[in-house]
Ligand binder design. Sequence first.
Ligand SMILES: [Zn+2]
Length: 367
Amino acid sequence: MRLAGARRFVWNWALARRKAYYAEHGKTIPAAQLSAELTALKSQPATAWLKEANAQALQQALKDLDRAFRNFFEGNARFPRFKSRKRDMPRFRIPQCVKAADGKVYVPKIGLVKIRQSMPVDLPTKGATFRRDAVGHWFVTLTAEFEMPDVGLPTVDPSLVVGIDLGLKDFAILSDGELIPAPKFFRKGQRKLGKAQRVLSRRKPGSNRRAKARLTVAKIHQRIANQRGDFLHKLSTNLISRHDGLCIEDLSVRGLARTKLAKSFMDASMGEFRRQLEYKSIWGRKHLAVIGRFYPSTRLCRGCGAINETLTLSDRQWVCGCGMIHDRDLSAAINIRDEGLRILAVGHTDKTNARGVRIRPVKVGNG
Ligand SMILES: [Zn+2]
């Protein structure tokens, strides 16, 4: 879509303008001035083609750049870069006037575009993000706002609280002993990806065959990402529906993964899994306890409270001085549940839930 190109053009132009203005005046260009300059740009013959693009989407590019700068100043991101057609996935955002119905989405200045909708939207939409993946499919994400009733969470039934220990051999083990094996597609996808990447590395730079090999790699990546998303969504929905409370460990890099690929898969999965549990627990009004990363879940004996300082990664079982026999992962899951129950009893749940979650419950009432 041309709009993505227009957005990239505006981003790069605005970034250059901000840099030039700063070099000259020693301060940031006022947003209103930049916006006015963008409007003026449209009446110049060389850049008149920008008029064909949705004006709001172009203004949004300025806002996105502004946010990128704010993230940089707050130390959360690196300095904004110029966007390239090759490196950056085409994307643009329209802050309003995007409606989806009957398998079509209405895009201003473009018209009705057929879509495959994953979820019905019956709420007024706030805006939409369009992006294209490496394979060439366009995706649109619609944002809608709704109000969440501000009623307290129900009290927890401890028997319905579960501890979840994430691993690699198995994807997870629950404190009730249930094993969730690592999905089969994972190994299979890994093998295919490795093969495709080796082919890609043999192809001559700039050749057609290299472009084709790159597309193959992108397609496999995409497929793995889709399968991973599907797996995680099913699992998180299932776990949330079956329990009153869920306890997980804070993200920690635990040198478990053997290969680079396995590591990236697990890192991506753990982060995404936790994100899903966070928002789904809010939607489902369930408790979620996130255990601090220094809690010694694998090394703690729940029988006597001793900590096994000599436990190594390869120890699948260990015996405590008190005589208690521990299955490493199961023991960890139980400890995570117990620590989670402690946290829930103290009443930190709301804070835990609010951390790092983008969806905030909105208060109902008083206008
Ligand atoms: Zn012990």
